[in-house]
Structures are given as structure tokens and as C-alpha cells.
Design a protein around this ligand. Structure first.
Ligand SMILES: Cc1cc2nc3c(=O)[nH]c(=O)nc-3n(C[C@H](O)[C@H](O)[C@H](O)COP(=O)(O)O)c2cc1C
Length: 210
């Protein structure tokens, strides 16, 4: 991985593109991938429940298994790693441990922890749809940070929703409490990405009311 690190955040954001062709000779070490995941982990999440779970697919055989599941998209086998980002439907089970960390670190009094954990458990019990919504929402934030972390480390990425989630779960033994959110292919680009455009903010942004 390049040691060059962009200090200019806006440059990193502007230079990120969905790359379709990666150098298959380029490898990422376990440590390099772990660092990217640690940066992704700093994403915000509802109640700080950190709903994300990652499966790093780096072995040639595992990539070959994923290739047909992702409809033959070559990024799967050419990228150095494919990170399957999943959302945890049982993230509230971590509430106690997460808030205990905060208490131990001196960030929160015990009674605030007790109230928050109770609030989380009530919310998850009373609104079952919340589990899926929060899992996808928060894991998507981590996926975005993963792509920006890769860019900041001189790498490129491609977010991928084009895969059969059911087949993926079956083929990789994904536990039922995890919901696939997207695949993120990461590596060194071999062909520049297609330029893309955006709708103007005049069409997508509104002020105070519609
Ligand atoms: C949720 C999601 C799913 C996507 N799925 C795929 C995919 O399966 N294959 C692919 O090549 N690109 C995929 N893309 C990349 C988009 O095509 C790309 O982000 C978009 O065209 C804008 O280009 P840019 O990211 O280079 O600016 C996906 C992007 C997102 C956010």
C-alpha cells in the first residue's frame, strides 16, 4: 500500500471513483486491510451500536467463488481484496458492552449507560423494522469511510450492489443475523475509472421546505 496519505480531505473525496479494472498483481497485506477497517470503524452509527461486520475476501479461491455470485464482474477477481460489508440485525446485543466501555473510559456516568441501554432495548423490541433499517444505514456509513480510507492510502475502490445476496450468504456461510449491504472491491487501478457526473444541487437540495 502506498504510504502517501492525502492530508486534503476534499481532494480524497473528489478523487474517489468507482474503479472497474484493478491490477491483479497487486496485493494488500492483512495489516493493510486491518488498518482500512479500523478507519471504517470510526464511522458514526445509531446509538454507537456499530452495526457493521466485514468479511475480507482475499484468497484467489474465495474470489473465484464470489465471481459468478457477482454476475461475473471482473473487479471481484482483479481487486486485491473484496470487503463484504454487512449490517448486524442484533447490534443491540452489544449495547451493554459498548456503553460499559464508555463508562470505564470516563466518558459517561453509570446511570446514563443504564438509561441508554434500556432505551435501545425498548426501541428494538417495539419497532422490529428498526433492526434492519439501522443495520443498513450504519453499515453504509462504514462502507463509505472504507472507500475514502482506501483513497487516502493511494488505493482505489468500487462499491458493488450487483450480486446475489442470498447466494452470497449461502456460499460464505454468513450467519442469519447479518444482512449483506454491499461489496467494496479495493486495489490498485489498472485503467482509469469512467468519469461520472452529478445532478446539480439546485435539483437535489432544498431549503427549509419542498
Ligand atoms: C450501492 C451501490 C451499488 C453499486 N453497484 C455497482 C456494481 O455492482 N458494479 C459496478 O461496477 N459499480 C457499482 N456501483 C458504482 C456506481 O456505478 C458508481 O458509484 C456511480 O456510477 C458513480 O460513479 P463514481 O462512483 O465513479 O463517481 C455501485 C455504487 C453504489 C453506491
Amino acid at each position: 500500500m502506498s504510504s502517501i496519505s492525502h492530508t486534503d480531505f476534499l481532494t480524497t473525496v473528489r478523487e474517489r471513483q468507482a474503479v472497474k479494472h484493478f491490477d491483479p498483481q497487486h496485493n494488500l497485506s492483512h495489516e493493510e486491510i486491518k488498518e482500512l477497517l479500523e478507519i471504517a470503524n470510526t464511522a458514526p452509527s445509531a446509538w454507537n451500536l456499530q452495526h457493521w461486520t466485514y468479511l475480507a475476501i482475499t484468497d484467489k479461491a474465495a474470489k473465484e467463488k464470489l465471481l459468478p455470485i457477482a454476475y461475473g464482474q471482473r473487479q471481484i477477481v482483479e481487486a486485491s481484496a473484496v470487503i463484504a460489508v454487512m449490517g448486524n440485525l442484533l447490534a443491540h446485543h452489544h449495547a451493554e458492552a459498548i456503553y460499559e466501555q464508555a463508562v470505564q473510559a470516563g466518558f459517561m456516568p453509570e446511570e446514563v449507560k443504564t438509561n441508554l441501554v434500556r432505551q435501545i432495548m425498548n426501541s428494538y423490541t417495539n419497532a422490529p423494522e428498526l433492526a434492519q433499517e439501522e443495520a443498513i444505514r450504519s453499515a453504509s456509513m462504514a462502507a463509505m469511510q472504507l472507500m475514502l480510507a482506501a483513497k487516502a492510502r493511494g488505493l482505489d475502490s468500487c462499491p458493488m450492489g450487483g450480486y446475489n445476496a442470498s447466494l452470497f450468504m449461502e456460499a460464505f456461510g454468513v450467519p442469519r443475523h447479518l444482512v449483506p449491504v454491499m461489496l467494496v472491491a479495493i486495489g490498485r487501478k489498472s485503467v482509469p475509472a469512467h468519469p461520472s457526473t452529478r445532478l446539480p444541487v439546485e435539483e437535489t437540495g432544498f431549503w427549509n421546505h419542498f
